[in-house]
Design a protein around this ligand. Structure first.
Ligand SMILES: Nc1ncnc2c1ncn2[C@@H]1O[C@H](COP(=O)(O)OP(=O)(O)OP(=O)(O)O)[C@@H](O)[C@H]1O
Length: 267
């Protein structure tokens, strides 16, 4: 029999009735409306929805970058509301990895220095075996002394993935990780993310606009107007595209491509 403690341990991230209201009084926007969602250990979830449906806000709340207006977020069993800003920063550093569309590598640092940066920031001694295994997994063993500017887009994203994995976080949040990559490079990066879930038992939550990218996930959750608008398990790209069409997403998508979103912040 499972105790509630056991059940909680199998959840990497949990949101309970999370709302996020931006602005004040007469100009309020409810970006998330009492959203409840759970992400089990070693699962890959894609988050989709029309432009403005709350995907980025969800990601930022779930990752402890933005505090919800109400409701609770739990990461690895810790309720983020109980942490002050310093504790929250430490939890993010130790338990959460980020992968962005724009890679966000430091241009003056080599591949190896970029990958080990989170460990240095945390004052942790790098585990050489772990680093070697992560570097091999992402196929960068012969590029460790290179600068990001000497790498292709796909290679740079693989550095960012390695950087997100070296701290062995409870969960990795990816914000449009293949948005800047061509189709073939994107599929190599998505296969790598899939492997990190299947082989390294990582938990991955990925915001994407791309039904093909979403089809690599175990589950797709759809947001509309800041609320859960359904989910698909073992998704195919066609089924995801059909659901997005029903949500009226593609008009917004075209606008999105005309004015791409940029991700901010390094971690
Ligand atoms: N800092 C902010 N201040 C005020 N309103 C905001 C802020 N950030 C987001 N919003 C609003 O909250 C809603 C949800 O925005 P969010 O960026 O989370 O959506 P999204 O689904 O990620 O959109 P996109 O796919 O276009 O990136 C939108 O109506 C947006 O205008």
């Amino acid at each position: 029999m499972h105790t509630s403690h056991d059940l909680r341990r199998t959840e990497a991230v949990r949101l309970d009735t999370v709302s996020k209201i931006y602005g004040r009084a007469d100009s309020q926007v409810a970006a998330l409306r009492e959203l409840s969602m759970s992400f089990a250990d070693a699962t890959f979830t894609a988050v989709m929805g029309p432009s403005g449906s709350g995907k980025s806000t969800f990601l930022h709340c779930a990752a402890g970058l933005v505090r919800p207006t109400s409701g609770s977020v739990t990461v690895g069993g810790t309720d983020l509301a109980g942490l002050d800003d310093t504790q929250l920063t430490m939890l993010r550093r130790d338990r959460i990895g980020f992968i962005f569309q724009s890679f966000n590598l430091l241009p003056a640092l080599t591949v190896m220095q970029n990958i080990t940066l989170p460990l240095q920031l945390a004052g942790k001694r790098p585990d050489k075996n772990l680093i070697r295994s992560v570097v091999q997994r992402v196929g960068l063993a012969d590029r460790l002394g290179h600068l990001p500017s000497e790498l292709s887009g796909g290679q740079q994203q693989r550095v960012a993935i390695a950087r997100a994995l070296v701290t062995q976080p409870a969960v990795v949040f990816a914000d449009e990780p293949t948005g800047a990559l061509d189709t073939r490079t994107a599929s190599a990066v998505l296969s790598l993310l899939r492997e990190s879930v299947d082989n390294a038992r990582q938990t991955l939550v990925m915001v994407t606009h791309d039904p093909v990218a979403a089809s690599y996930a175990d589950r797709v959750v759809f947001l509309a107007d800041g609320a859960l608008a359904g989910e698909l398990h073992r998704p195919t790209a066609d089924a995801v595209a059909a659901r997005m069409t029903r949500l009226g997403a593609w008009e917004d998508e075209n606008r999105q491509q005309a004015a791409p979103m940029t991700s901010g912040g390094l971690y």
